[in-house]
Write a protein that binds this ligand. Structure first.
Ligand code: ADP
Length: 318
């Protein structure tokens, strides 16, 4: 392969820049031309390409967000639109593509591969909701952001003897909530895996209050319930003054942690190596200490394994 493009797509995640940098440097070291594609699949379609040199990815390994920007571009589901994108790539001789994003972006990468353009996916999402990889790029940074927020909430929750609810991201994946909950010593953790029974939550908090606990922290994944309503119900039924907080997009920003930078850097190298071997339709995954490749297609057939061990441990910490 003589020329590769790299883009970031879907929701941004800290560490995406480190992955872009690794792709660029690996290509340049191998004498492969490398283009940064702006705005995800939208920029691919519109031909917004920048040829990278040694300096293009300078000073970005430590920066959150994505220098290539990201965009949602549902039009890319249309084969005609994808064909137009391929024509833009051909204009500059771009033969293959590294796609850094979530599962939606992987669908686009697979479709493009089917049309003759080899694509490799790199899991860039804070949610950790991609099957077959231990971790996604951005998860560790977001987790630390949440723990930091919970530590701050603990201070004020303790001072005012309140129950504090924090809603965190993850889409349907509970990994952020369960890990942050353990790290910050939450009283109750609610995810799609634990299920949500409001009466049980209230009962548990009532028991805590009765056992002279002065404050409590509840961590819950987004899309499970209206946390403001939950706060009202807890307050009415337990006597705990309760405040709900939604952490929101703060979780998507910030300086990537060392772990995210290392993961992103290693995955970027792997993606280029796979394209060099003439492979496509694969995504890069972390298995223990190893960076490996899996077919995107089989990944869609798998459900993300719930880390049961950590949920067992949550119960032991009650
Ligand atoms: P994420 O990659 O974070 O899951 P999205 O689901 O928004 O984010 O997907 C990102 C982009 O990937 C979409 O805006 C669209 O351009 C492209 N995409 C998503 N699904 C498909 C699909 N089935 N076919 C082609 N492209 C897709």
């Amino acid at each position: 392969v003589k020329s590769i493009g790299v883009l970031t797509s879907g929701g941004d995640a800290p560490g995406m820049n480190a992955a872009v940098r690794a792709v660029a440097r690996t290509c340049l070291n191998k004498g492969i031309d490398v283009y940064g594609v702006m705005l995800g699949y939208k920029g691919l379609h519109d031909g917004q390409f920048y040829k990278f040199n040694r300096h293009s990815t300078r000073n970005i390994i430590n920066v959150g967000g994505t220098m290539l920007k990201s965009a949602r571009f549902p039009e890319f589901k249309d084969p005609k639109v994808r064909q137009e994108a391929i024509e833009q790539m051909q204009k500059v001789g771009m033969e293959a593509l590294v796609v850094i994003g979530g599962d939606g972006s992987y669908h686009g990468a697979l479709e493009l591969t089917k049309m003759g353009v080899n694509c490799i996916g790199i899991p860039g999402t804070i949610d950790n909701d991609i099957p077959d990889t231990d971790y996604t790029i951005g998860f560790d940074t977001a987790l630390n952001t949440i723990v930091d927020a919970l530590d701050k909430l603990r201070d004020t929750s303790g001072s005012h003897q309140r129950c504090t609810i924090l809603e965190v991201m993850g889409r349907t994946c509970g990994d952020l909530a369960v890990n942050a909950g353990i790290a910050a010593g939450a009283e109750i953790i609610i995810t799609s895996h634990t299920g949500f029974d409001e009466q049980k939550v209230i009962e548990q908090l009532r028991l805590s209050k009765a056992s002279d606990k002065k404050h409590a922290i509840v961590v819950i994944t987004e899309h499970i319930t209206d946390v403001q309503e939950l706060a009202k119900h807890i307050e009415a039924e337990t006597g705990f003054e309760t405040r709900a907080n939604v952490l929101g997009h703060m979780q998507r920003g910030g300086r990537p942690t060392a772990r995210d930078r290392i993961l992103a850097s290693r995955m970027g190298i792997k993606a280029v190596e796979l394209l060099e071997e003439g492979k496509g339709g694969l995504c890069v995954c972390q298995h223990g200490e190893d960076i490996v490749a899996e077919p995107i297609l089989t990944l869609f057939e798998h459900k993300r394994q719930v880390p049961q061990g950590i949920y067992d441990d949550v119960l032991k910490l009650r």
